[in-house]
Write a protein that binds this ligand. Structure first.
Ligand SMILES: *Cc1c(COP(=O)(O)O)cnc(C)c1O
Length: 413
């Protein structure tokens, strides 16, 4: 069946026809038949170079044989037991050794669950009710963080979701990114603040990069006010490098959330941090958190295979950085927009200078973006269908892919 027909059925049965709003491409999304390496094959017979990488997880590309092998050998032994498995301490050891800010970790099934639990834990530990997030930051689709949220919420023009109680949102304050003064003045006027949660690199509207010393400054401001610092590294974890943004920028958060890459393409999330905080989590402590599928052995085996592969092949990060730099170099010099990248995260913004925050990202010419996106698709390059989503490269992108991506950028901008 063709994509258009599948979508006609899907939209009758599934709200908007999709299982997650970012996939709602107009007039209808393409349906994927299969994918391998850097390529997606659609049910309509098209072959596309994938620069979306499932919105981040697929740093080793689609159907990587090493990960497939790990999943297959786990499959033979069963995949859900409702008991602890040896893979849990093994993966916990890997993750905590890589992240300076994580003494302990708890596995969950999605990034949303991880941030929800981390925020509850911050409240439980500090005994304070309020949190602060960054305008345009996206931390999943739960009530307390759907305020000025990035990702699909911004693309669709609903950054503040209906159905979220005003009482709940009243406990979520906002400050602009790259503005330590705004944070200082909010915290000095509000003794009720439990935590600041942010994406250290804003991946869900960007990437928008931290200015020099911004992350260091918010670390000292939060510390001075006894406010926990939560790095939401669901995108940046194992993406900007081993140890994530906290290692890359040398800033130690109190709590960290992970997801995406650490599942090797299967559903996962994790939150971790300082031992005294983490030990507040049930059953060690009074902050409740639980999940039927938490720490399931399939996700863990795929995640462990991915992380071990990255640890053994650290050169991947330098190679990916070179690839995005090459794309930058092919942008016509007289182009009106701005190219931003960090490692394998990159984006061309339709605004003259790189945006510093949510306000500036929203100034982009989204009409120009749409025309550009369609032009790229016509040339067989699949980018996330929004000005407000980061593009990703994987280790599976070949030199040939890169040349085609560069040629397409050069002609579509
Ligand atoms: C994707 C994402 C989430 C949500 O993760 P899910 O697995 O989709 O629930 C949370 N925070 C950030 C920074 C993300 O990019």
């Amino acid at each position: 069946m063709k994509s258009s027909d599948l979508f006609a059925t899907a939209r009758q049965l599934i709200p908007g026809g999709v299982s997650s709003p970012v996939r709602a491409i107009k007039p209808y999304p393409f349906y994927t038949a299969e994918a391998s390496g850097s390529h997606i094959r659609t049910v309509d017979g098209r072959d596309l170079i994938d620069c979306c990488c499932a919105y981040g997880p697929l740093i080793l590309g689609h159907a990587n044989p090493v990960i497939r092998g790990a999943i297959k050998s786990q499959l033979e032994k069963g995949w859900l037991y409702g008991t602890p498995v040896p893979l849990e301490p093994e993966f916990a050891r890997l993750i905590t050794s890589d992240h300076p800010g994580m003494d302990m970790v708890r596995f969950v099934s999605s990034g949303s669950e991880a941030t929800m639990a981390a925020i509850r834990l911050a409240r439980g530990f500090t005994g304070k009710p309020d949190i602060v997030k960054i305008e345009g930051g996206f931390h999943g689709a739960h009530d307390g963080v759907l305020v000025k949220a990035g990702s699909g919420a911004t693309t669709l023009g609903i950054p503040d979701s209906a159905g979220v109680l005003a009482d709940i949102v009243a406990h979520t304050r906002q400050v602009p990114y790259n503005d330590p003064e705004a944070l200082e003045s909010l915290l000095s006027g509000n003794p009720d603040m439990a935590a600041l949660i942010l994406e250290p690199v804003m991946g869900n509207i960007g990437p928008v990069l931290p200015e020099k010393n911004y992350l260091q400054e918010i670390r000292s401001i939060t510390k001075a006010h006894d406010v926990l610092l939560i790095f939401d590294e669901v995108i940046t974890g194992y993406r900007v490098g081993i140890g994530g943004a906290q290692k890359y920028f040398r800033v130690r958060p109190d709590l960290t959330t992970l997801g995406k890459i650490i599942g090797g393409g299967l559903p996962i999330g994790a939150f971790g941090g300082r031992r005294e905080i983490m030990e507040m989590t049930a059953p060690a402590g009074p902050v409740y958190q639980a999940g039927t599928f938490s720490g399931n052995s399939l996700s863990l085996s795929a995640g462990i295979a991915t992380v071990r592969f990255l640890q053994k092949n650290r050169g991947i990060y330098g190679d990916l950085e070179k690839k995005s730099a090459a794309i930058k170099d092919c942008i016509p010099k007289d182009a009106d927009g701005s190219f931003v990248s960090l490692g394998s995260m990159f984006k061309y913004f339709f605004r003259p200078t790189p945006p510093r925050n949510y306000q500036e990202v929203k100034e982009c010419d989204t009409g120009a973006f749409s025309r550009f996106w369609t032009c790229m698709m016509d040339r067989g390059i699949f980018l996330p269908p929004s000005q407000f989503e980061t593009n990703f490269l994987s280790s599976a992108h070949t030199e040939d892919d890169l040349e085609r991506i560069m040629a397409a950028y050069a002609s579509c901008i």
